[in-house]
Structure formats: structure tokens, C-alpha cells
Design a protein around this ligand. Structure first.
Ligand code: UGA
Length: 437
């Protein structure tokens, strides 16, 4: 394998994981961030995000001399032959993608292009961005022939990012230049993943199309679950039966309170906007987004209805704040919207999360109806009902006999369908889940 000198610009989720994994497979990687204090922390292997396995990998690759961190962008560019751009591309109101971080990185790196550089866009970007970036470099005086720009979208999931990198389903390489494409494929060779070569526009679109389709699967199964409730069917069995058809596949058919996180909400809105910009009304995607928002509202309404029917309890333990297990990420987390809806209706919330609690209390600030609890049983004690909003192992493996004793009403409302209805009924709970009525 040819050992490459790589700079990864942006040490957010994608940049940090990619840079570390490139080092792990034998390349020389420098990770760059303009945030000096973050770089100082990273140099001590102090990882700003919660990602299982990442800290150990950062530490061992730093010790092996394959991974380093700097805030000197141009210095890192001079020392590297391949530059990965992994800066944030947040969405603006209206769904439009904010490319200002990416543009600024391109314009800054231009001054350090002292020889040929192979530049790879890893950030999620709208179609046409790679072509536009060529324009930014030319405007900054970088000569034609001194660079190629390749699109190489990222498909890793938070919480299992390391595993996903080493077991990827595909590596998508969108390039206009074949040599450049092959060099990026060779760089990934130790990962032994199937490679798809495309043009740049298609690669850019594959990322949005994949996230939009996965989001559609979730909204579809959630609507199916709502129908199941009305007709007395069980969504878990319906999903199992559907998933046995290989054309459908069994993944992403877990009904619940809908998707959250930093990717699906942002990317579905961006894709809708991209379609709008070319005068296309992407009707399915519009519904996917709407259904996802409604699912949270329905769940909050259901909690209030169940509380009323159980005798008007006023306090609930909300178990799980992160948008999914194994992350401390609260971006667009369903739990936050649900807490908001509950407190607006005067319900007291006793919130628990094994990892994201501190972040959540900083994010939500002080609210007279919300308390935060590091101990799950403490959250439950004093509550009338328990609500599950994130299917953490720490929540699923609670002693539910003890939970039943601690709650003033044996009401358990599971927004993630992560418990066995029969087992919960045996403990005397009124157990409510999504689509398994
Ligand atoms: C997602 C994609 O899965 C990755 O392939 C992609 O690279 C990433 O976005 C990205 O664009 O960077 P992630 O947001 O980390 O990854 O999380 P997922 O595990 O995909 O879950 C997303 C949301 O869907 C979570 O809120 C989860 O609870 C929900 N979900 C997932 C369901 O409600 N039901 C399911 O069956 C699956």
C-alpha cells in the first residue's frame, strides 16, 4: 500500500473519525481545526465527542506517530498531498445549506498549494459544490493542473462510527479525473470495501439520496405503526414480515418517535430545497419530514392522554435525551421536543441520560418543571410514569420490578418499542408503545 500524507480539515465527527481511521490503516494523518483549544485537548487524546472506541484509537495512533493535530491550516496543507475537507455544512432556515465554512477552508488552503494537491470533499454538500470549489481555488490564483477535486461522501453513523468505517458497505468516489479517483480508491484499499466510481454530481447526490431514503423508511414504518394501533395489529411483526423480503430489507424499520440527529433532519430538508431550486416538488420527501414532526407530537399527546386516564399524574421520568444510544448528541433529539410539549402542558419532567445529561442541562437551561438525574432510579422515584425516549442499554436493562415499585402509577410509555409487552404486563405495568396496541 502506498502510504499517503493526508490532512483532514475539520475535526468534527466525520473529520476526527476519518483522520484517525486513515492513520490506523497506515497513512500519515494531520487533523486540522481552527479551534486552538480543541486542538490542545485532542493532543491529550481528550475527545470532545462521545464515540465508543475513538479515544483508544486516537491515543494509539498518536503514540505510533501516524496522527497529529494542528490549528495551522496552511502548514498542514504544505506537508500533505491529499486534503480531506470535513468541515460542517449546517442548514440555514429554509433548508438551504450553509457552505461558508467550506468556502473559507478552500480559500485559506489555496495560499499553501505549493505543488499538486488532491482535494477530497467529505462534508455533505449539495450537487455542484465540487465544481463550485474549483472556481474558488482559481479565484484565489491556484493554477489549473495543480489540483483535482474529488467527492467522497461519508456514510458512518454516530455511535458506531469506527465499526462503520472498518465495515463499510461502499466507498463512493466521484471524480472527473481517473487517476485521482484511483488514488483515493487505493488509499481506502485496506478497508476492503466495494468501491463505486461516479461523476462528482452523482456522488454528491448519493449521500442525500441515501439519507432521504433511510428517513423515508422510518417515516413509512411510523405511519404503518399508527395504522397498526387503529386496527389492533403489531408493528414489530409487520416490520419483521416486510423485512424478510430482501428487496425491502430488515433495517431501519424500527417504529417509534421518529428520527433525529445532525444528519437526517438537515439532509432531508436540504434535499427538498435542492429539488425546489430546480423547480421540482419532491412530494415524498416533504411528507417524510412532516410525518417525522407529527410523530413526536402524537407521542407527547399520547403521554398526556395516558396520564389523564391513569388519574391525572403530573410527573414523568423521561429516560434518554440523546437522539439515539451511544452518543451524547442532542441535535434535533426527539426527547427535547417531547419534554417541551410536556412542560408546556404543565407536566413535570425528571430527565435521565447515561451520557448526555450535562450537555442537556447546559442546553436546556433552568426550567422550573425540569430536573436532571444521573441515577435512573432517582429519576423514576417521585414520578407517576416512565417514558422511554432513547433505547439506551442502561434503560433497557433497568430492574423493572424496582421501577414498578418506585412509580406512583405503573404507567410505562415506550417511544422506542424496546421492551417486551408481555414481560411488562406481568410486572403490572400499563405498557404503551408505538404501534403494538
Ligand atoms: C445517519 C446515517 O445512518 C449514516 O449512514 C450517515 O452517514 C449519517 O446519518 C450522516 O449523514 O452523517 P446517524 O444520524 O448517526 O447516521 O444515525 P442513525 O443510526 O442512522 O439514526 C438516525 C435516527 O433514526 C435516530 O434518531 C434513530 O433513532 C432513528 N431510527 C433509525 C429510527 O427511528 N428507526 C430505525 O429503524 C432506525
Amino acid at each position: 500500500m502506498r502510504r499517503e500524507n493526508i490532512a483532514v480539515i475539520g475535526t468534527g465527527y466525520v473529520g476526527l473519525v476519518s483522520g484517525t481511521c486513515f492513520a490506523e490503516i497506515g497513512h500519515q494523518a494531520i487533523a486540522v481545526d481552527r479551534d486552538q483549544s480543541k486542538i490542545e485537548r485532542l493532543r491529550q487524546a481528550d475527545i470532545p465527542i462521545y464515540e465508543p472506541g475513538l479515544e483508544a484509537l486516537v491515543r494509539s495512533n498518536m503514540e505510533a506517530g501516524r496522527l497529529s493535530f494542528t490549528s495551522e491550516l496552511q502548514e498542514a496543507v504544505r506537508r500533505s498531498d491529499i486534503l480531506f475537507l470535513a468541515v460542517g455544512t449546517p442548514s440555514m432556515p429554509g433548508g438551504e445549506v450553509d457552505l461558508s465554512y467550506l468556502e473559507s477552508a478552500f480559500r485559506q488552503l489555496a495560499a499553501a498549494v505549493d505543488r499538486y494537491k488532491l482535494i477530497v470533499i467529505k462534508s455533505t454538500v449539495p450537487v455542484g459544490t465540487a465544481a463550485m470549489a474549483e472556481g474558488w481555488l482559481r479565484e484565489e490564483g491556484v493554477e489549473e493542473g495543480r489540483f483535482d477535486i474529488v467527492s467522497n461522501p461519508e456514510f458512518l453513523r454516530e455511535g458506531s462510527a469506527i465499526h462503520d468505517t472498518f465495515h463499510s458497505d461502499r466507498i463512493v468516489i466521484g471524480a472527473e479525473d481517473q487517476q485521482a479517483a484511483e488514488r483515493i480508491a487505493a488509499l481506502h484499499a485496506p478497508l476492503q470495501a466495494p468501491v463505486l466510481f461516479t461523476d462528482r454530481a452523482s456522488a454528491e447526490l448519493i449521500k442525500y439520496a441515501s439519507n432521504a431514503f433511510l428517513a423515508a423508511k422510518i417515516s413509512f414504518i411510523n405511519e404503518m405503526a399508527n395504522v397498526c394501533e387503529k386496527v389492533g395489529a403489531d408493528i414489530a411483526l409487520v416490520a419483521q414480515g416486510m423485512g424478510m423480503d430482501k428487496r425491502i430489507g430488515s433495517h431501519f424499520l424500527q417504529a417509534g418517535i421518529g428520527y433525529g440527529g445532525s444528519c437526517f433532519p438537515k439532509d432531508t430538508k436540504a434535499q427538498l430545497r435542492i429539488a425546489e431550486d430546480v423547480d421540482y416538488d419532491f412530494k415524498i420527501l416533504r411528507s417524510v419530514i412532516e410525518v417525522n414532526a407529527l410523530q413526536r407530537e402524537r407521542f407527547a399527546d399520547r403521554i398526556i392522554q395516558e396520564l389523564t386516564e391513569a388519574g391525572g399524574g403530573k410527573a414523568v421520568a423521561v429516560m434518554g435525551l440523546a437522539f439515539k444510544p451511544n452518543t451524547d448528541d442532542l441535535r434535533d433529539a426527539p426527547a427535547l421536543d417531547i419534554i417541551e410539549a410536556l412542560t408546556t402542558s404543565g407536566v413535570q419532567v425528571r430527565a435521565y441520560d447515561p451520557v448526555a445529561l450535562e450537555k442537556a442541562s447546559a442546553h436546556m437551561g433552568r426550567h422550573e418543571l425540569v430536573t436532571f438525574h444521573a441515577d435512573p432510579y432517582e429519576a423514576v422515584a417521585g414520578a407517576d410514569a416512565m417514558v422511554i425516549t432513547t433505547e439506551w442499554e442502561a434503560v433497557k436493562s433497568l430492574d423493572f420490578g424496582e421501577v414498578a415499585r418506585l412509580l406512583s402509577q405503573r404507567l410505562l410509555i415506550d417511544g422506542r418499542n424496546c421492551l417486551e409487552p408481555a414481560a411488562m404486563a406481568e410486572l403490572g405495568f400499563r405498557y404503551v408503545s408505538v404501534g403494538r396496541a
